[in-house]
Design a protein around this ligand. Sequence first.
Ligand SMILES: Cc1cc2nc3c(=O)[nH]c(=O)nc-3n(C[C@H](O)[C@H](O)[C@H](O)COP(=O)(O)OP(=O)(O)OC[C@H]3O[C@@H](n4cnc5c(N)ncnc54)[C@H](O)[C@@H]3O)c2cc1C
Length: 426
Amino acid sequence: MSANPAAPAARYVPPSIAGDYTELTDKQKQLLAIAGDLGRNKFAARAGQIDRDAVFPFENYADMHRAGLMGICVPEQYGGWGADFATYVMVAAEIGRHCGATALTWNMHVCSTIWTGQVADDLDMTPEQRADHEKNRTVHFKRIVEEGKIYSQPFSEGGAAAAGKAPWGTLAKKVDGGYVVNGKKIFASLAGAADYYGILCTVDRPGATQHDSMYLALQRDLPGVSMVGDWDPLGMRGTVSRTLLFKDVFVPDSERLMPEGTYAQAVMRWPHMFATLSPTYMGIAQAAYDFTVQYLRGEVPNTPPVKRRMYPTKQVAVAEMKVKLEQTRALFLQNARAAKVDPTKEVRLGMYATHYTIMENANDLCRLAVRTCGGQSMLKSLPLERMYRDSRCGSLMLPLTAELCIDRLGRECLYEPGERDEEPAT
Ligand SMILES: Cc1cc2nc3c(=O)[nH]c(=O)nc-3n(C[C@H](O)[C@H](O)[C@H](O)COP(=O)(O)OP(=O)(O)OC[C@H]3O[C@@H](n4cnc5c(N)ncnc54)[C@H](O)[C@@H]3O)c2cc1C
């Protein structure tokens, strides 16, 4: 039988971000389908304008709220999807394929539900703390699921605290019925866009250490909260990460997102809590590869349908990109499924290695994509140059910058806890 001449020519169909689809749960398949549909049909088309104007993707957030994605990690008993860590990071990577700034800011929001949900459930608390947390998070989850409120996660201050080396400089003084907060947060993604800023600070008491850390929700319009500085960066422009100032801001006790002291426990026992920053960049890595294949096949919309795939040099370049992409995805999926409370040392070191690999490889895949596709591919009318700039931001994100991942790996590969070197002989 001859081929149907009316049949459409075969085109490249970008694959699942999550590898073998048959290994996914029904919930994972369902959520990935929702995210893929929104990403392809809505977010991709808006991403260029958001980047050019450096504005927050409000329309995308309205779409995500309608689709239930704002409550993806809110436990089911509070009306959310109850997605676990692995499910969330796969969906975040899918969104990152279409709009990096949306995926990265959405991560800040979702963390406020992972930390107060799955992570908090795994921590030790006194019965009083557990009851208090239950009361407070009920309000927090209701705002998100029913009212569509958005949370952010400003913790960087420009000092050593965000690297995990010193207590937060932002202070919360205990007063009757709440706390008075003073301080400053830099690079506060969703500044002016989030309804609540989920800040990390130190309880203001003599001799306070990192164990006195506090995670508090500050309503955006509270007296004493202000936003300063402009926002005109290289990449991830839609995150609108401006500086926030807090001057004598009164925050009621009910806005404690975690009981006093439990954040420090979470950092020690749930190290993957910060690894949610890299899925966005896994998505960008996949998008850069997808673009390259489509470009060389002459299938990128708004470009002449000129094929370049027949040149051996292009085939080698794509093969090398595919190797790097699959190495990255393998680590991404393995790390996603390994996340849990009290991981072994090997799992924790694997997390640093994975995070480092995703952040560095995403940028490298974008570099290879531009190099392979050529000059016309980096025009501002196409998405590749935005991916190239966005991908550069990944390895700068504290507390797991590429440098700090290497620092920790180097030290912990060679030393066991408490081990010191002997004094050098004199
Ligand atoms: C697009 C974007 C969005 C962001 N959104 C947020 C957000 O929503 N919330 C938030 O809290 N932050 C956010 N950040 C901030 C980010 O996590 C970093 O805090 C910020 O990039 C740090 O700026 P810096 O490089 O000037 O920091 P510096 O403190 O000067 O650090 C520079 C580098 O030195 C190294 N370093 C720093 N401290 C130490 C140390 N004590 N020991 C060893 N090495 C160290 C690290 O590798 C670090 O990357 C965002 C950043 C970007 C680029």
